[in-house]
Design a protein around this ligand. Structure first.
Ligand code: BGC
Length: 771
């Protein structure tokens, strides 16, 4: 665990430069706008440890699968969002010596991620080996007001010398993914062009043939006068060099305005023309105006999604960091995009879509963004339905059964470890649950007729075919699966998967009834399109759901994670020596699989989804049994535990679990922040506060709260949107305030008692409430 980030409510601050921490900071200080994003690499050269990272959402390469033992059904490739053209480059040469912080004496250094305005800035002074001291101030952003724009301002001052500073501003597309399976480069150059101080570089991804045109206009100002430059062209590289004699105390200002357009959105033949138009318009506005637009757009985002914690700066910083990163990663403007577990902050997980989106991210976007944003995440899966059906067919399923991929970019499976690719099928259930969750929250029942029902039918058909009848048990069973707990593979009757499958089957029948009622014509169209044999299929689904087998342990009084779980040695995490953790780094895989330690919420994930079905006593027993065996080696784990602990009124535990996700990356708990941030689990942090501490749920179409205040805090408040109403909720130890910023009156339940909240403010004192 590291502890070098300074506490601050709105900023992430690093002071002093330690090259050993550089890759961690590159992840932490990442910036993005949902379409483009990048790690916090330096503009000038750096020869120390670094992971250069620039990404364009949706632009990927199918990297040929690399496995030891090929199994039929494996996908041919793993899709990767590619490391793309580096547009920030500015080489600085001072009388023949390159500015490189790895080689200089760094006298002062400060890096700041301003989360309020969405900027990354850096200031430092450094002494070169010649003894010359320079000061640099740099600030940049990926505009959230216009997601195809980015800009930077870099200034360098000669502090103790007179000499020649040569500035080479460049864009470089000769980039490699560190995680390339066969050490290949993934881009071909299409065109280079230079015009009016602007460099244009168009690259094309191999195989997928996405074109991306990066245009960069550089302006170098010295004593207020624009300097002329010399063009340099190289392989996938365009630059312009400016040579400036400076005196002590003088400063050179470099501005770069950049656009990134891709063939995902435009005709390839039009990219250059559009880039020229865009760069002209942006340059006319200029850096300061672009920054103003960007900051205003961030202010609007914060208005919808901020959480304010009073009395605990570290907690305040952490939750804002999580919200900031989520908003940078996905804006919901484009239904073809999704949320990679590392967002734009690293290469791990290939930038692809996992079940994380449906199980963890949907609630955050439902409450903090317009309805379309979460809807687009669901539509993304609707658009992949045909591929999910194909995917199931490849594995031998029939009749329109759909198996959504474990990992995907375009709907095709690209995961290739059999015990996950073929067996971690619970992801199908999370996709169905997200549809339910969306409708429960928004009340948008039409979604089912529009998109949802077709997806549900495909999923229901899959479950029906995936179970088999056990003569012995006289029940339907599900063999050879991997549950969310990936420290068990190829098990039988994972309680969570069986539960989810049965629920999906029933929910699909309900959903069909609802569409039949609301839109009979559309229902007929869906019936025809999916070739639904209603009586037979519904009958089968109901039978399977009613007769599903659920492992249970009488003596412990708990749902059993899987058949045979109690045959394992029953040791608890508290008895595990600290030096043996994390297990995935200290133990062999064989030992992990044989042990009873649990990677992440599994039975408890099911109890979280279907909480209304279980009384508190059942939850308590299962929580205490499973939590004591869980090592939380997936960042997705603690949030579910935090929410359930809150429900069980175990406030201390709820807070303890919250702390484990909130600063996971900021403090580098798992020693892996340098690979990128844990974006999807950041949504879990938000859930811990809103669903955990505030106890927010939607019950019968109304918001309900069962709040408590963590002891370390004076109060906390959050913004949420609910069915067209924008609310602020503030919770202190004595009161809950609801500010209804709409003209509608709302009925809200607090501690199970209904309150009418008129437009304006409403404060409810807990003890009045309890009377
Ligand atoms: C977790 C999965 C998760 C994946 C991506 C794994 O470590 O076990 O549940 O989908 O990470 O976040």
């Amino acid at each position: 665990m590291k502890n070098y980030i300074k506490a601050d409510e709105w900023n992430i601050i690093e002071e002093g430069f330690d090259p050993h921490l550089n890759k961690i900071s590159e992840s932490l200080f990442s910036i993005g706008n949902g379409r483009i994003g990048q790690r916090a690499n330096f503009e000038e050269a750096y020869t120390g440890e670094t992971l250069q990272g620039n990404y364009v959402a949706g632009v990927y390469y199918p990297d040929k699968t690399r496995v030891g033992w090929w199994k039929n059904g494996y996908p041919e490739y793993f899709a990767k969002v590619l490391n793309a053209t580096n547009w920030i480059g500015i080489d600085i040469d001072i009388d023949g010596e390159k500015l490189d912080l790895f080689k200089c004496e760094v006298l002062e250094f400060k890096r700041v991620l301003n989360m309020k305005e969405g900027t990354l800035s850096r200031t430092f002074t450094a002494r070169l080996s010649s003894g010359k001291v320079v000061k640099v101030d740099a600030i940049r952003f990926c505009s959230i007001a216009d997601d195809e724009l980015a800009a930077l301002h870099y200034s360098i001052s000669a502090l103790n010398f007179e000499g020649i500073i040569t500035v080479t501003s460049f864009i470089d597309g000769d980039i490699k993914n560190q995680d390339a399976n066969y050490d290949e480069k993934f881009w071909n150059e299409v065109a280079q062009h230079q015009e009016n101080d602007t460099d244009y570089l168009t690259l094309q991804t191999k195989k997928t043939e996405f074109d991306v045109c990066t245009a960069s206009r550089t302006t170098v100002l010295f004593n207020g006068v624009a300097q002329s430059s010399q063009a340099v062209l190289g392989d996938k590289y365009l630059a312009r060099t400016t040579v400036i004699p400076v005196k002590q105390g003088e400063t050179i200002h470099i501005y770069k305005i950049v656009t990134n357009l891709s063939s995902l959105n435009y005709d390839k033949s039009d990219l250059l023309r559009l880039a020229k138009v865009k760069i002209e318009t942006a340059s006319t506005k200029g850096f300061d105006e672009l920054l103003k637009d960007h900051a205003a757009a961030w202010a609007a985002k914060w208005e919808e999604s901020d959480i304010i914690v009073e009395g605990d700066i570290a907690a305040q910083q952490a939750i804002r960091f999580n919200i900031f990163q989520l908003n940078q990663t996905y804006t919901g403007k484009d239904a073809r995009l999704n949320i990679g577990p590392k967002g734009f902050t690293g290469e791990k997980y290939g930038g692809s879509t996992y079940w994380d989106t449906e199980a963890y991210c949907i609630p955050f976007y439902l409450s903090t963004a317009p309805e379309e944003v979460a809807k687009n995440l669901l539509v993304y899966r609707y658009k992949h339905l045909d591929k999910a059906i194909e995917n199931a067919e490849k594995l031998g399923f029939k009749n329109g059964a759909a198996l959504y991929p474990m990992v995907t970019m375009n709907g095709e499976e690209c995961h290739n470890e059999w015990e996950i690719t073929f067996e971690e099928i619970h992801r199908n259930g999370a996709i169905a649950f997200a549809i339910f969750n969306y409708i429960r929250y928004t009340g948008d029942e039409n979604y089912l007729a529009q998109y949802g029902l077709e997806v549900l039918i495909g999923i229901a058909r899959f479950w029906k075919q995936r179970v088999n009848w056990s003569e012995d048990k006289q029940k339907y069973v599900m063999l050879g699966v991997t549950g969310p707990n990936e420290y068990e593979n190829n098990i039988n009757n994972n309680w969570y998967t069986n539960k989810l499958a049965a629920w999906c089957l029933k929910y699909t029948i309900e959903a069909a009834d609802m569409v039949k009622r609301l839109d009979p014509e559309k229902y007929k169209t869906i019936q025809k399109k999916t070739k639904l044999v209603e009586a037979k299929e519904f009958g089968d689904w109901k039978t399977v759901a009613d007769q599903m087998y659920y492992p249970y342990h009488e003596k412990e009084g708990v749902f059993l994670q899987q058949d045979g779980f109690m045959d394992k040695e029953q040791i608890l995490v508290k008895d595990l020596p600290a030096e043996e953790r994390p297990l995935n780094q200290k133990w062999s895989w064989d030992r992990i699989l044989r042990s009873g330690f649990i990677k992440q919420a599994d039975v408890l994930q099911g109890m979280y989804f279907f909480e209304d079905e279980y009384d508190l006593e059942t939850l308590r027993k299962n929580f205490s049994f499973y939590e004591s065996r869980t090592v939380h080696e997936s960042s997705l784990s603690p949030c579910v535990h935090s929410i359930l602990a809150a429900k069980l009124s175990d406030e201390e535990k709820a807070y303890e679990f919250y702390l484990r996700t909130a600063r996971l990356d900021l403090d580098d708990y798992n020693n892996d922040t340098e690979d990128g941030l844990h974006i999807t689990s950041m949504a879990g942090t938000w859930m811990s506060i809103v669903e955990g501490f505030a106890g927010m749920r939607v019950c019968n179409g109304q918001l309900c709260f069962n709040p408590f205040l963590p002891k370390a805090w004076d109060s906390f408040s959050f913004s949420i949107g609910f069915r067209g109403v924008q609310l602020k909720v503030k919770i202190s130890s004595k009161q809950i305030w609801i500010i209804n910023n709409s003209v509608q009156t709302l009925e809200i339940s607090i501690f199970n008692r209904l309150h009418t909240v008129l437009p304006g403010e409403k404060a409810i004192t807990y003890h009045e409430q309890l009377v």
